[in-house]
Design a protein around this ligand. Structure first.
Ligand SMILES: Cc1cc2nc3c(=O)[nH]c(=O)nc-3n(C[C@H](O)[C@H](O)[C@H](O)COP(=O)(O)OP(=O)(O)OC[C@H]3O[C@@H](n4cnc5c(N)ncnc54)[C@H](O)[C@@H]3O)c2cc1C
Length: 472
């Protein structure tokens, strides 16, 4: 990117809101996947109009624009693999309106999910999508990744709560999609096209989100199992019962060990897996549903089922659960995290298959995740210096994906494809489906300006531009 282009970017956003200093660029060179690519410049625009002008410039001068929320993505989606300009939504962080009567909120894309939760709670409402990163990830990023969370098993994912969007298209037009009316079938559903498009089809600048009333009561239980397989069996039994839990989270023993300091009670040594289960509704429904699910767990072989007695105990359980992703890196310094999902009755087959793969490839694999919606986070814990182990893990990841597809599942339940899973896309998608996606991308972004070389546009040569600890 030459200096005249950089000067034009400075003119659009203001020189105090952009930088090409190397120490600043480093801050935007990585996300939670922990690979590093240096952009040429980073800018923090304050409006859709500024973003539109930046995108027009990118089309004229042919450089990449990479949207970025808080950089908590786990698949490298916000990394500038081809250099270019990273644009953040950090200055677009206002909650514009909460409408308690219509139960909707208008927000700018850079608002943190947790901040909306607090603002909605003041009106007795909540926004159901609750990624474990909710306190530090943006609603724009949540929509771009179609993020899920623990409550997805009952309430669905981000896509189900985005009613309307303001989006800057890859050719610079500012477009309004959807409607704040509950029902709207006017035209193609552009909102759903943009949600989950991982920043490749448009930059989301504003969102209209559906809120719902906070349930009157919540019951929280921890069920402990002597084997992983009995926990998996309990998941299948719970999900085929008449009660839909609002949360059904799974952690294996190694995962539990990593967060045990947050738990108030010791977990006995013969416990191999835990299920964190919640039900919500009126107090009488919560009481009745809790009994049904407790019975299911015991029938499946639970060693014990314990209810959270106080709200502090519930908070401690949730702190433990939300801390899992970073905490397991205590075991080994390199983590490859796959978030595969299968039809939920296939969870026992998936867990058995993962155990076989871990044995076959002699790898440490830690499993936790949103078992109730079939979404298991499979974490390969590795020593990056042990090249032979890393190579075994590469083979194992491929076999994991093949297993998941054979079980009728999908490569990613919520983290997206980005660059992390792009090399494996053809295990799941037929070329005819990828071709349709490529046509959509080309029609909307003829110059391939917006977040290039992600998902089906993966370019192996980008690996050469990756910074290693030695060339950074
Ligand atoms: C500890 C931890 C726990 C997590 N738990 C969960 C979980 O439970 N569920 C889950 O789904 N994910 C989880 N994640 C992953 C991550 O937090 C989500 O993917 C989140 O939605 C990313 O939001 P972000 O603001 O950080 O986006 P970024 O990481 O900055 O960007 C993610 C992608 O969205 C695009 N993007 C960002 N903003 C916009 C915008 N305004 N317009 C267009 N495109 C945009 C980027 O280009 C990129 O492709 C977790 C991550 C961590 C580190």
């Amino acid at each position: 990117m030459d200096s005249s282009v950089k000067n034009q970017i400075r003119t659009i956003v203001g020189k105090e809101h952009c930088s090409d200093r190397k120490e600043d660029l480093f801050l935007y060179s990585y996300d939670a996947m922990n690979r590093r690519y240096l952009p040429d410049m980073v800018a923090h625009p304050s409006s859709a109009q500024e973003i539109s002008r930046l995108i027009n410039l990118a089309n004229e001068k042919l450089f990449a624009i990479v949207p970025r929320g808080a950089g908590t993505g786990l698949t490298g989606g916000s990394l500038a693999v081809d250099g270019g300009l990273v644009i953040t939504t950090s200055r677009m962080n206002r909650i514009l309106e909460i409408d308690p009567e219509n139960q909707t909120a208008w927000v700018e894309a850079g608002v943190f999910n947790g901040d909306l939760q607090s603002a909605a709670a003041a009106h007795g409402l909540f926004f159901p999508p609750d990624p474990a990163s909710m306190d530090f990830s943006t609603l724009g990023g949540n929509a771009a990744e179609n993020a899920g969370g623990a409550r997805a098993v009952k309430y669905g994912v981000t896509r189900d709560y985005v009613m309307a969007l303001e989006v800057v298209m890859p050719t610079g037009e500012i477009v309004h999609t959807g409607s704040a009316a509950i029902k709207s079938v006017t035209g193609y559903d552009l909102t759903r096209l943009i949600v989950g498009s991982e920043g490749t089809l448009g930059v989301i600048t504003r969102l209209c989100l559906k809120l719902i009333p906070i349930p009157e009561a919540v019951g929280t239980m921890l069920a402990a199992f002597p084997e992983i397989n009995t926990a998996a069996k309990a998941v299948a039994m719970i999900m085929s019962s008449r009660v839909t839990p609002s949360t059904l989270e799974f952690m294996d023993r190694t995962a539990v060990e990593c967060v045990k300091e947050y738990l108030q009670d010791d977990i006995p040594p013969d416990v191999a897996a835990l299920l964190l289960i919640e039900v919500d509704g009126s107090p009488s429904v919560v009481e009745a549903d809790s009994k049904v699910l407790e019975k299911k767990c015991l029938e499946a072989g639970a060693r014990y089922v314990q209810s959270a007695r106080e709200s502090e105990e519930r908070e401690a359980l949730w702190t433990a659960r939300r801390s899992l992703s970073p905490a397991i890196m205590k075991i080994r310094p390199l983590k490859i995290n796959e978030d595969v999902a299968v039809p939920r009755m296939k969870i026992p087959d998936l867990i058995t298959g993962i155990e076989e793969l871990a044995r076959k490839h002699r790898l440490t694999i830690v499993n936790f995740g949103h078992a109730g919606d079939g979404n298991v986070h499979v974490n390969f814990l590795l020593d990056p210096e042990d090249k032979e182990e890393v190579s075994r893990a590469d083979h194992c990841v491929k076999e994991l994906f093949q297993l998941v597809i054979a079980l009728g599942g999908t490569l990613s339940g919520e983290h997206g494809i980005g660059i992390a899973k792009a090399p494996y896309l053809d295990i799941e998608l037929e070329s005819s489906a990828t071709d349709v996606m490529k046509k959509i991308k080309h029609a909307l972004d003829p110059n391939n300006i917006l977040n290039p070389h992600k998902t089906f546009d993966y370019d192996k040569t980008s690996l050469e531009r990756e910074l290693s600890p030695h060339n950074g």
